[in-house]
Design a protein around this ligand. Structure first.
Ligand SMILES: Nc1ncnc2c1ncn2[C@@H]1O[C@H](COP(=O)(O)OP(=O)(O)O)[C@@H](O)[C@H]1O
Ligand SMILES: [Mg+2]
Length: 270
């Protein structure tokens, strides 16, 4: 039936004029047309992955970080450099939410991590992977079991777990070692297990604390290339290192800390 102006349409939900029906239809069209625009605005707003505003952190009387303001966007690969004691590990822990700032705000994926409900914290953590400085592997457990650990804690189903672990091991080239206890692996392989464990949840952000600190130069190169590959897949990477060779090889934006101050941001304009 064609609705003409002035006609009244009687339905179970009441009577509508042709005009009201037309307005309703137009509203729906507008909503559909506008929706992508809103999403676009949202994604532009949501470009920032990590933001710190005037963040400071003190341990007892030791100031680890002073008044740090920075922003890391989606898809960036950023190196965090500076000498030992500069505050690199503290910064990563603050972003991961295992330390709390004394002052300032930290937004991860546009969410103020200080204001998260306790139930939201595990969800946010799942979107981040953290490669720790010391491997912290369970030596007598197999590669597969170590990588599966975060998924077991979350209660992921057995089928999903197998698939995710297999994908992570493939990404780091350790499929053939999956049944081996990690205690018998080389340092490079152990670091690959750590990286697999950190990416098993397909995180949007990967944090890494001196991931090549215990490796020789060849293995360092392998691990750095692995981070590059993970970054190329779209993951935002923040990697702490005091190794100038890595800084040179990665050709990425560099944030430099000294004595808790951010003294350089190679990505900053002007
Ligand atoms: N849990 C802690 N208790 C006391 N002091 C700490 C603690 N964690 C870090 N610090 C101090 O904070 C400063 C920054 O440490 P850290 O973030 O580990 O630096 P980096 O990773 O660059 O070596 C150092 O002086 C360190 O001794
Ligand atoms: Mg450190």
């Amino acid at each position: 039936m064609v609705l003409r102006s002035g006609m009244v349409l009687k339905t179970k939900r009441g009577a509508f004029t042709a005009q009201s029906k037309l307005d309703h239809a137009l509203d729906r069209v507008k909503m559909t047309v506008c929706a992508p625009v809103q999403r676009e605005e949202c994604s532009r707003e949501g470009h920032a992955m990590i933001q710190l505003f005037h963040v400071s952190k003190t341990f007892a009387r030791c100031v680890a970080l002073r008044d740090i303001t920075l922003r890391i966007d989606k898809g960036e690969c950023v190196l965090l450099t500076g000498p030992s004691g500069a505050g690199k590990t503290t910064l990563l822990k603050l972003i991961f939410g295992t330390e709390v700032p004394d002052e300032g705000q930290i937004l991860v994926q546009n969410r103020n991590i200080a204001r998260l409900r306790a139930t939201d914290v595990p969800y946010l953590r799942r979107t981040m992977g953290f490669v720790l400085q010391d491997f912290k592997l369970l030596g007598h457990k197999t590669v597969e079991e170590n990588v599966a650990l975060p998924l077991i804690i979350q209660g992921v189903s057995r089928i999903d777990l197998r698939r995710k672990v297999a994908d992570a091991l493939k990404a780091v080239g350790l499929e053939r070692k999956r049944g081996s206890p990690t205690i018998g692996l080389s340092a490079g392989e152990q670091q690959r297990v750590c990286i697999a464990r950190a990416i098993v949840n397909n995180p949007v952000i990967l944090l890494a604390d001196e991931p090549t600190g215990n490796l020789d130069m060849d293995l360092t190169l392998e691990i750095i290339d692995l981070f590059k590959t993970i970054h190329a897949r779209g993951t935002t990477v923040l990697l702490a290192t005091h190794n100038p060779y890595i800084v040179e090889r990665m050709k990425s934006r560099v944030l430099e800390l000294q004595g808790g101050h951010l003294v350089r941001d190679s990505g900053e304009q002007g």
